[in-house]
Design a protein around this ligand. Structure first.
Ligand SMILES: C[S@@+](CC[C@H](N)C(=O)[O-])C[C@H]1O[C@@H](n2cnc3c(N)ncnc32)[C@H](O)[C@@H]1O
Length: 368
């Protein structure tokens, strides 16, 4: 659980020396992330009238939003961030600034907003905060206003007790799902019109971009939900463009396969064969879910630690390597481990399986 106070502490004490630009490195820089990833997604609503940017931090998106908005209102929980924005955009005449308690939008007049924007901030807030904001936004938006909010979808990978079953390296909120966000919209008089589930910084669809509008607005339409497993590939391509044309420092890691290539390989190789996942840690669980996103139901798990044989994970049996590889006919194995992928691959080859044809790693494994 990430509370409002956790956020306040984290962002008050964060090392803001790069103003958040360090989070754009995967795209080759902030301008590239804005131009190639954010802008195409908000383009249908440009130019913007009165816009609210929720949780701007040190103004990574404010610098662009202020030029496409008639008026821009910034609201952030952290005073240090609002102070930094005031200093950074001192010359801009169309900005207003507010610090809040992490939930309130009292400073905004009802029926006054054309657009609400938030990116890479509310991914860290739990569902109660989103609910509070959406409830108020239903009143603050004009009848044809639109919201564009990037939030967590990590709840997709939690069990009934709310325990996160996969790696949560990017501090996503475990109580939030795309479906939950959509349901809140419906209950407060808004409607989600588009949701894009994205694999931010990993394999799984742990984030979501939701676009919403007041019910009955000119944009009102049935929700279209897109499971975009290629979002990670998108950022990598943009980064390649930045490297090639702008000459940003060439730190591009070379992968054995990006997501697109991997999905192509796996769907062909796994067709009609029992698929086993070798690895029962967080990566193994992520592979289980990733296969599920592709409509492939794993048949079981394998673990090098034979003491785990006979136990269960995701309601599937865990087998010892000899047991599974020896007994399951025409098996296909996905290696669900990053740390040991080389060793497991070598063992599979010793056991007579062929790389790519009979087993594969996960996407984005770095080439040796
Ligand atoms: C990771 S920073 C991102 C800032 C900016 N969006 C960017 O992409 O550079 C997270 C920001 O969200 C703000 N924040 C976190 N929880 C919030 C809440 N409940 N209400 C308003 N702002 C919040 C923090 O103060 C911080 O400025």
């Amino acid at each position: 659980m990430a509370t409002i106070n956790d956020n306040l502490q984290t962002w008050s004490n964060y090392d803001w020396s790069q103003s958040g630009d360090e989070w754009s490195a995967g795209w080759g820089g902030t301008e590239y992330l804005w131009t190639c990833t954010i802008l195409p997604r908000i383009l249908p609503y440009l130019p913007l009238g009165r816009t609210l940017e929720l949780a701007p931090g040190f103004g990574r998106w404010t610098q662009f939003l202020k030029d496409v908005s008639q008026e821009l209102i910034l609201v952030d929980l952290t005073e240090r961030c609002i102070d930094a924005c005031k200093a950074r955009f001192a010359g801009a005449k169309n900005l207003r600034y507010f610090t809040n308690d992490g939930k309130s939008l009292d400073m905004i007049e009802d029926n006054s907003l054309d657009f609400v924007f938030s990116w890479d901030s509310l991914v860290h807030v739990e569902i109660d905060v989103l609910e509070a904001y959406l409830k108020q936004l239903a009143k603050k938006l004009k009848p044809d206003g639109v919201g564009f909010i990037h939030h967590s979808n990590l709840g997709r990978y939690c069990d009934q007790n709310g325990e996160v079953l996969v790696e949560n390296a990017a501090w996503r909120a475990g109580t939030v799902t795309a479906e939950g966000f959509e349901a809140i919209c419906a209950s407060v008089g808004l409607c989600c019109i588009r949701q894009e589930l994205i694999n931010w910084n990993g394999l799984l669809l742990n984030d979501c971009i939701s676009v919403f509008t007041p019910q009955g607005s000119k944009f009102d339409q049935p929700n279209q939900r897109w499971k975009n497993l290629f979002f990670g590939d998108e950022s990598r391509r943009v980064r390649k463009i930045a490297e090639h044309y702008k000459g940003v420092e060439n730190k591009q890691v070379v992968h054995q396969a990006g997501m697109g290539e991997w999905i192509g390989r796996i769907t062909i190789a796994a067709q009609g064969r029992p698929v086993y996942i070798w690895g029962t840690g967080k990566v193994g669980s992520a592979v289980y879910y990733l296969l599920q996103e592709l409509g492939i139901q794993a048949a079981g798990f394998i673990d090098s630690d034979v003491r785990k044989a006979g136990q269960k994970l995701m309601d599937l049996n865990i087998a010892a390597p000899d047991e599974a590889i020896g007994l399951v006919e025409d098996i296909f194995v996905v290696i669900g481990s990053i740390a040991y992928h080389q060793e497991i691959g070598n063992r599979l080859i010793e056991m007579g399986l062929k790389s790519i044809i009979d087993f594969d790693t996960i996407p984005y494994i770095t080439k040796p």
